[in-house]
Design a protein around this ligand. Structure first.
Ligand SMILES: [Zn+2]
Length: 308
């Protein structure tokens, strides 16, 4: 368990035994503990160890707040609720039904991860409907001894929300503020299928800026105390990569050797170029664990193909 100056705490769940990839925020108050994005069930051991290090256990958790339902953020939710049925789960209304019945969520993940699914994420258990509270944005939640504001922040996913604790001025932004893995300072926009939306992403960042946070807390990975430059860097890179994808999608298939595979390859090369010179080999590998680069292509290609 790590503690920020503001008293804000988080656990590194040590996804795949590797530190610095997935962080779960831990809010503790008199009524109990709230977790923001508990991570995948394959990393539950790391989450439990982190909570124990902070003198608490999963039984103390009163609420799980999800930024979105992708498995690296929410996969362990059903297991935690089965073990601790009093836990309340908060999620955007568009994601709620996929927690209650994860069939479609798992089908969509299996298209991306194939037979690696179980090894990468572990069990994904359904969450009982009665445990789920749907959010639309605009709410204020009293959980974990805090008052958290909720904003709908699509872009990475249509059902993504962010949370803001005005008392500590920390914004919990899931994936909408990108992936940034220290010691690197590169904020990479994760753009997997199926519902990346570049315009919505810009509007969501404006919504986060309007909170005027001192700290952005990213699932991948941790707190950053210069929100202005961080978000500017993220949006610049999102524009560049979206533009690369747009040009590749528009390129005629008859052009020399242009296939979906070569388009993907060229996109991934451009994406790697964004990181070259800024990250060492080990950090580069961690970036690919947090967001497979091929998936970034698939999400942006789908986005451009869907547009009129
Ligand atoms: Zn993620």
């Amino acid at each position: 368990m790590q503690t920020l100056a503001s008293g804000f705490r988080f656990v590194d769940v040590r996804y795949r035994g590797t530190p610095g990839i997935i962080a779960t925020a831990v809010l503790q108050g008199a009524s109990g503990v709230a977790l923001v994005d508990p991570g995948p069930s394959v990393a539950l051991g790391g989450l439990r160890a982190g909570l124990e290090g902070g003198g608490m256990g999963a039984g103390d958790v009163e609420a799980i707040l999800l930024t979105h339902i992708h498995l690296d953020h929410a996969g362990a939710t059903g297991t935690l609720v089965r073990e601790n049925p009093h836990i309340r789960v908060f999620v955007h209304e568009r994601g709620a039904k996929h927690l209650v019945d994860p069939t479609r969520l798992l089908e969509s993940a299996r298209r991306l991860y194939g037979d690696q699914m179980d090894a990468l994420w572990g069990a994904v258990e359904a969450v009982p409907q009665a445990s789920v509270t749907s959010l639309e944005g605009g709410e204020t939640l009293a959980v974990g001894g805090r008052e958290l504001r909720v904003a709908h922040t699509p872009g990475h996913a249509s059902h993504h929300v962010s949370y803001y604790d005005a008392a500590s001025r920390v914004a919990l932004v899931g994936d909408v503020a990108g992936v940034r893995l220290p010691p690197s300072s590169v904020a990479l926009p994760p753009t997997p299928p199926p519902d990346v939306d570049v315009e919505a992403w810009h509007e969501s960042v404006a919504r986060i800026r309007a909170w005027q946070p001192d700290t952005l807390f990213l699932t991948h990975f941790g707190p950053f105390t210069t929100p202005g430059p961080h978000l500017a860097d993220l949006l610049d890179r999102l524009e560049r990569l979206a533009d690369v994808a747009r040009r590749l999608v528009a390129e005629p298939t008859e052009a020399a050797d242009t296939t979906d595979a070569t388009r993907q390859e060229r996109f991934v090369t451009e994406l790697r170029r964004e990181l070259w010179g800024h990250v060492d080999e080990a950090t580069l590998t961690r970036y690919t664990l947090a967001v497979p680069f091929e998936h970034c292509w698939l999400g942006l290609a789908r986005y451009w193909k869907k547009r009129p």
